[in-house]
Design a protein around this ligand. Structure first.
Ligand code: AMP
Length: 284
């Protein structure tokens, strides 16, 4: 069932809770692919009722980013959700979520601001304010849907770590369920932004997963020194790539690692033309 208003979702969830059903929430920005579907399937399996939100959240886009051209495919998303057994697709308008006129001005909105230490690195460094927008919208979705479980992909690992921290710090009564990264057979992590890539770009995009898989293989072969592991990346890069970061950080608190261990995540972001892609791998 497709619902556009907060009141209607609330009404439905209230009925479910009265009947003792557990509720799962899968927050998305739509343009759904098999990565999203894996989260949805997990929720449908685990919970009595599943809500998938489809909302291109304006306040998590920075000036100059792809807010306007971000792919919007609600009809296809609705079909995919219905086929997967989703109970509610919640697709609010920006006005429904943020009211009139205030959408892009933090002067008129109460924000949830994650700790500086978690956002001053990796994607937060180039996307200033991005995680404020993410935490704010996810917090709103939690308040609207009041789910027992919420499903997030490890594809956006920094986001996942920050949201876990938010839930812990603010005592939000929800359990976050992390879901593994879904990749194409060639290794490319699925992403709605892959739609921006030409066939040639897609070949260049394989560098991300190749670099990560190779680092993990080297780690498993006994190399633990982070500068040595980082060095191995360069043979995969060419002049089509602009490397934004390749960093080794702790899986729980994002502290930088000089020596890799089993609790290390390797994070990479690189641009191919105007398209910015991210990926990561756990050295476990
Ligand atoms: P998005 O629509 O990009 O905001 O993503 C919605 C959710 O799907 C987030 O929790 C993402 O981490 C997750 N997700 C996106 N791509 C993948 C993927 N390839 N594998 C697993 N989860 C994913």
């Amino acid at each position: 069932m497709l619902i556009h208003t907060i009141d209607e979702v609330r009404e439905k969830v209230k009925e479910w809770k009265k009947q003792g059903f557990t509720v799962g929430l899968v927050p998305t920005m739509g343009a759904l692919h098999n990565g999203h579907l894996s989260l949805i399937k997990k929720s449908v399996e685990k919970c009595d009722k599943t809500v998938v939100s489809v909302f291109v959240n304006p306040i998590q886009f920075c000036p100059g980013e792809d807010l306007e051209k971000y792919p919007r495919t609600l009809d296809a998303d609705e079909k995919l959700c219905n086929d997967a057994g989703v109970d509610i697709i919640f697709a609010p308008s920006p006005k429904e979520m943020y009211g009139d006129g205030h959408i892009l001005s933090n002067d008129f909105l109460t924000y949830v601001i994650p700790p500086f230490f978690y956002v001053n690195k990796l994607c937060g460094k180039s996307r200033v304010g991005h995680f404020d927008g993410v935490c704010t919208v996810v917090n709103k979705l939690f308040n609207i849907v009041q789910p027992d479980f919420a499903f997030f992909g490890e594809k956006d690992r920094q986001q996942l770590i920050i949201l876990k921290k938010m839930v812990k710090d603010l005592n939000i009564p929800v359990r976050i369920i992390p879901c593994p990264i879904v990749r194409e057979e060639n290794g490319l992590a699925l992403s709605s932004r892959n739609k921006y890539l030409s066939d040639e770009d897609k070949q260049h995009a394989l560098a991300l997963s190749k670099i990560l898989f190779n680092i993990k293989a080297c780690y498993n072969n006994g190399i633990k020194d982070v500068s040595e592991l980082s060095e191995t990346a360069y043979s995969y890069l060419n002049n089509h790539h602009s490397l934004e970061y390749l960093e080794f950080r702790d899986a729980d608190d994002l502290e930088e690692k000089k020596t890799a261990d089993d609790n290390t995540i390797v994070f990479i972001a690189l641009k191919i033309g105007n398209v910015r892609l991210i990926d990561n791998i756990a050295l476990r």
